[in-house]
Design a protein around this ligand. Structure first.
Ligand code: ADP
Ligand code: MG
Length: 395
């Protein structure tokens, strides 16, 4: 798909870039600038090409009108620090301030527009309302670059409609993410191991559904384990259980067997009497969880077995912590799975917001993994086999 080179000579051209700068804020302080850093390569490449870069982004969920609590102003300052230049900040999205700031840009300079979600047109379900906002945005640029991977699954004005109005291309961040997702779904090197965890089966049903067709082994951990154990007829004590999904899990177990896919469930579970960091932990067989205990991590035997399956793979996709990693007593399973991913001689991919947070919190460096996905929702939708409107519109 078309990268920024396909836009031709960008010298002196105004290029609108949709980035994902939706960072966590504590008041005016950015508590994690990972997303800003991830957006730098495309912005730098455009600057080097002599473009006048106009960055569009959203922050949080304002209700379609200006709200100072969701201003991107602090992000403009941090972006400037990271780029080592002044980043001009427009106090509106398509108004006088935006027009003035963009008109004042020189080649290689960068501006950031105020939160696009301050305009109701951004997220409107009404094509005309969205289109009207996209028309106004399009007047601020000569070309569009889509680089906000976290939003490419959304049909929104600054993601989708704008691309139907200007010559458009994919930024480096989006290109990398899509490249990795293609490797995971089109022709993965085998053995291909998929590790799924996290809190709820219902969040991941569609992913299981699609990847059960593609993986050689599916490892299940985290809170969703208990619905699978219930599907096998075991009682799960006070563990997280989605009773309405038991039959679905039973169907998955049967389908895996039909397809010759190995579906690996934990054989032991670390349990505690309550959901608490200091609750006393003990290890029990997965088939014998006491009625008054809840499973908060996969057990040590299971962690070992999972780690071995992962290390012997050529492609691994992991989404969802194996346990309540936020509590140190229940982080061991997640840590061993993460460690095993770092030892894979092939492609290892971590997807999901909490999974990415977990590997960082447990002391791993991003470079130890083949890829850590920045967009939870977008990657999951792709892996579910859904089309991403913000990508489709570029081709
Ligand atoms: P991701 O954001 O990576 O997709 P999820 O949002 O699906 O992951 O799940 C992350 C959450 O799952 C974590 O907060 C973790 O504490 C929780 N979790 C994992 N195992 C369990 C368990 N056994 N019981 C309850 N919660 C769990
Ligand atoms: Mg999550």
């Amino acid at each position: 798909m078309a990268d920024i080179a396909s836009l031709g000579d960008l010298r002196g051209k105004r290029v609108l870039v949709r980035s994902d700068l939706n960072v966590p804020l504590d008041g005016l302080t950015i508590t994690d600038d990972g997303r800003i850093k991830a957006s730098l390569p495309t912005i730098q490449a455009l600057r080097q090409a002599g473009a006048r870069v106009v960055v569009m982004a959203h922050l949080g969920r304002p209700k379609g009108a200006p709200d100072p609590a969701f201003s991107l102003k602090p992000v403009a300052s941090r972006l400037g620090e990271l780029l080592g230049i002044d980043v001009a900040f427009a106090r509106d999205t398509v108004g006088d301030s935006a027009r003035t700031v963009v008109a004042g840009l020189d080649d290689g300079q960068v501006a950031l527009l105020e939160n696009v979600r301050f305009n109701a047109g951004e997220t409107s379900k009404d094509d005309q309302e969205r289109g009207k906002f996209a028309d106004q945005l399009a007047q601020l640029g000569d070309a569009f670059v889509s680089d906000g991977f976290g939003v490419v699954h959304r049909k929104q004005a600054s993601v989708y409609d704008i691309a139907t109005r200007l010559p458009s291309a994919m930024g480096q961040l989006v290109a990398t993410e899509i490249g990795v997702l293609k490797q995971l779904t089109e022709d993965p090197e085998r053995p291909y191991v998929v590790v799924l965890g996290g809190s709820k089966v219902s969040d991941k049903l569609a992913v299981i559904d699609n990847l059960i067709e593609k993986a050689d082994r599916l490892l299940i951990g985290g809170g969703m384990v208990f619905t699978f154990l219930a599907a096998q007829g075991y009682s799960v004590g006070t563990s997280l259980l989605e009773a309405d999904q038991v039959q679905t899990c039973r169907d998955y177990l049967a389908r895996a067997q039909d397809k010759g896919v190995e579906l690996l469930l934990p054989t032991d579970i670390t349990v505690a009497p309550e959901f608490n960091a200091d609750a006393p932990a003990s290890v029990v067989a997965a088939s014998r969880i006491p009625a008054d205990q809840m499973g908060l991590d996969i057990g040590p035997d299971s962690a070992l077995a999972f780690a071995e399956a992962i290390r012997s793979a050529k492609t691994v996709f992991w989404n969802g912590p194996m346990g309540v990693f936020e509590f140190p007593s229940f982080a061991a399973g997640t840590k061993q799975v993460a460690q095993a991913l770092t030892e894979v001689s092939g492609l290892s991919v971590v997807g999901g917001g909490d999974s990415a947070a977990a590997v960082r919190q447990l002391g791993f460096a991003d470079e130890q993994f083949g890829h850590i996905s920045t967009g939870g929702g977008a990657s999951l939708e792709y892996l579910e086999g859904k089309r991403l409107p913000g990508i489709d519109v570029l081709s």
